[in-house]
Design a protein around this ligand. Structure first.
Ligand code: SF4
Ligand code: SF4
Length: 375
């Protein structure tokens, strides 16, 4: 094991390989407050990449209802249990990561799901936590909660799947940080399935190899965001390139939201893989749950999110979500609009900060029809 810098933990940590960051890192921001669990992303991914034989159990993208939904079953609670104490001292993680807690002779602390664990992709769907008090719905106070968590491979900076592979079949691309499994090298030992803390590598029973999300790299290579991002009905997603914290650029929307405003946070940073999907935490969920899931900035992130109306720059960055299939590398805004640019500096999207309002005439004389305004 060598020592590498994990900025999400605010410390160095053990990892089997030396620190080697790609030329640029693919990253995503998901706003949990906007997800409606329509599963359009899941279906878009499934029909694009995993409709073949042996891929029936594969959901490279899935959306689960927290706290009772999981795919595969109990993927996170099993690991959280095994990891034991996960203490933070302000910004610094003082517990062990999955690499530091690895059992003797192994590289990563993990668990292999059973076939049964893959049998119920909609387990816990729309199930709420908490107690419905008599009359709670009439006082306006809801002490019950749930939220939708959309999940894909995190294309981690320190992938646990890669660390565990005895065949060196897993690699991280230098040009974009996408983590891939070389199908010609893989022998189906399932070490990656056991090691990935997010359970985002899957075993194919027909090919006898492991497979995982490929980050839609053919789209990335032509400057477009992945399928799950492009098709998202709730416009909860933004994909782009994330800089290291000390190289962050204020006009890169991902850098701005993650590094400057710190309103989008990694999922279970304590696992130690430095995941590259960042979540805007749900605003209505108990504090302890948020802290365990998104780390020590969770409460502050919720505060900033709630105040976005009076923060025009953050609002401008948020309005870029879901409004163009192209990858935005820079953004600017005026009093009225937010504007996104591609790598070449060309304008690719322009979104009004306030939704335009049209009121139609009740009677359209030209077409001789009566019209109703419905929304
Ligand atoms: S989320 Fe899992 S499969 Fe994806 S890079 Fe990280 S460890 Fe590997
Ligand atoms: S398409 Fe978007 S809104 Fe629908 S489930 Fe997926 S992430 Fe959520």
């Amino acid at each position: 094991m060598t020592q590498v810098k994990n900025w999400q933990l605010n410390r160095d940590m053990e990892y089997p390989y030396e620190e080697k960051r790609p030329n640029r890192q693919v990253a995503y921001i998901f706003d949990t407050n906007k997800c409606i669990a329509c599963q359009t992303c899941t279906v878009a991914c499934k029909t694009t990449w995993t409709s073949g034989k042996g891929q029936e159990n594969m959901f490279w993208n899935n959306v689960e209802t927290k706290p009772y939904g999981f795919y595969p079953t109990a993927w996170d609670v099993k690991l959280l249990d095994a990891l034991k104490g996960q203490e933070w001292n302000k910004e610094t993680y003082e517990g062990k990561t999955v690499f530091e807690a690895a059992p003797a002779g192994e590289k990563v602390l993990g668990h292999l799901p059973s076939y049964q664990d893959y049998a119920n992709p909609n387990l816990g769907e729309d199930e709420i936590a908490g107690i419905v008090d008599k009359g709670a719905f009439f006082t306006g106070v809801h002490n019950v909660w749930m939220f939708y968590l959309a999940r894909i491979c995190n294309h981690c900076t320190y992938p646990a799947c890669l660390a565990a592979c005895p065949r060196k079949a897993i690699y991280k691309r230098e040009e974009d940080g996408v983590v891939l499994i070389d199908q010609t090298r893989c022998r189906g030992y399932k070490e990656c399935v056991q090691a990935c803390p997010y359970k985002k590598t899957f075993f194919n029973m027909v090919t006898r190899t492991s497979e995982k999300c490929i980050g839609c790299y053919p789209l990335l290579e032509r400057g477009e965001q992945p399928r799950c991002v492009q098709t998202c009905i709730g416009k909860i997603r933004l994909q782009g390139w994330l800089s290291k914290p000390n190289e962050a650029k204020e006009d890169n929307p991902l850098d701005y939201i993650v590094h400057f405003k710190k309103v989008a946070l990694p999922l279970y940073p304590q696992f130690g893989t430095e995941p590259n999907v960042y979540y805007i935490p749900p605003i209505h969920v108990p504090r302890e749950f948020l802290l365990q899931m998104f780390g020590p900035h969770a409460e502050e992130a919720v505060k900033i999110y709630r105040a976005v109306k009076s923060d025009p720059k953050l609002l401008a960055a948020f309005l870029l979500f879901g409004n163009t299939p192209k990858i935005i590398t820079r953004f600017d805004f005026t009093e009225k609009e937010t504007i996104g640019f591609n790598e070449k500096g060309e304008e690719i999207v322009r979104v009004p900060l306030t939704e335009p309002f049209f009121e139609r005439e009740y009677f359209d004389a030209k077409l001789n029809v009566y019209r109703h305004n419905t929304a």
